[in-house]
Design a protein around this ligand. Structure first.
Ligand code: UDP
Length: 332
């Protein structure tokens, strides 16, 4: 039985990872400052044997160092996530992402603990390639468009992690997450699926940003989480970067229609110009499809859950919340 430290463990993905590891009889320590994470995501784990939760910030160096010393492995998920948050709180988000990762890597290096660093498909930037492969060039927008600060902070995290591997063979794995979705994801930071489902269930119009021809591929968190653990089990993954996601591509227009259908809703669709949807400094990405060959080769990863499975789970969860609290914002 190993001890796994999950930074950001009260967040959407981190809390599913905690569930998964505890379910396999492992020990889990969560550290989360509850900035975007929610205590309700891990409340059900309180008192469970092998589970420990620390509400604090990963930038609290001494505490973090002590937790990493006690752990066998570190899953570093604590970050300012989402383009909207980065644009709205630029300084804090950039520092949080870069310093947090630097401290995690420094302590992991001190105690020689393996670390998984979570990055994002955003690092591909404005690349027009039909499919993004891990070694592709990145095409970043200018620094006066704050959106690109998120991608750049995560790319800096990747450089730091890979530098530790190259210089001292620290066992690090870098993953680039592509639009991970599922229960517990909140719509508060603009994520499209929880937003659309909330709107559909409340018979409000679904807000499609731009013309809705932009596409995305959505992966179920229940596919993503076991892959994170499996990558950490494979020394062949150390020192490498992996895309994780799904390659089932859908336009945002089609997604809106699918959500309306799956929720049994009669909502309309409304188009919101990007300038009204986002603060200044935003540019959208037209497409974003992961090449999944590398992760397929190393751990045999194939997404099992379809978009319909994802929507069924999110609709079911939000319906349950709405029934319990009819006046609550189901999107979180
Ligand atoms: N989007 C939308 N309506 C919403 C929220 C998002 O049309 O209520 C669009 C957004 O502009 C983007 C896509 O849906 O093109 C995915 O957005 P999300 O924030 O979920 O993830 P991103 O891929 O931008 O990181």
């Amino acid at each position: 039985m190993a001890t796994h430290l999950i930074t950001g463990g009260a967040g959407f993905i981190g809390s599913h990872l905690a569930d998964y590891l505890l379910g396999r009889g492992e020990r889990v320590i969560v550290i989360d400052n509850l900035s975007t994470g929610r205590f309700s995501n891990i409340e059900h784990l309180e008192g469970r044997s092998g589970f420990e939760c620390v509400i604090d910030d990963v930038r609290n160096e001494h505490l973090l160092d002590e937790l990493i010393r006690r752990a066998d492995r570190v899953f570093h998920l604590a970050a300012s996530v989402g383009v909207r948050l980065i644009i709205e709180r630029q300084t804090e988000s950039l520092i949080n992402n870069i310093l947090g990762t630097e401290r995690v890597l420094r302590s992991a290096s001190r105690y020689r603990k393996s670390v998984l660093i979570t990055s994002t498909s955003e690092v591909y930037g404005k690349s027009q390639k039909p499919v993004f492969s891990e070694s592709d060039d990145r095409i970043m927008g200018p620094t006066d468009k704050a959106r690109w600060g998120y991608a750049s902070s995560k790319a800096t995290d990747e450089f730091l992690a890979l530098a530790h591997y190259q210089e001292s063979k620290l066992p690090v794995v870098v993953v680039r997450l592509f639009n991970t979705v599922g229960p517990r994801q909140t719509g508060r930071y603009g994520m499209v699926i929880p937003n659309f489902v909330a709107q559909a269930l409340k018979a409000q119009p679904l807000s499609v940003f731009g013309d809705g021809t932009q596409t995305r591929c959505f992966a179920h968190v229940h596919d993503v989480v076991p892959a994170l653990v499996e990558l950490m089990n494979r020394p062949a993954a150390y020192g490498k970067v992996f895309n994780i996601g799904s390659n089932e591509e859908i336009s945002i227009n089609q997604l809106a229609e699918r959500v309306i259908q799956k929720a049994g809703s009669n909502s309309a669709i409304t188009y919101v110009p990007y300038e009204a949807a986002y603060p200044p400094g935003f540019e959208d990405m037209e497409r974003r499809v992961p090449d999944l060959r590398r992760i397929g080769d190393v751990i045999g990863y194939r997404p099992r859950k379809t978009l319909d499975d994802i929507l069924a789970d999110v609709v079911e969860e939000q319906r349950r919340h709405l029934q319990a609290e009819p006046n609550a914002g189901a999107a979180g």
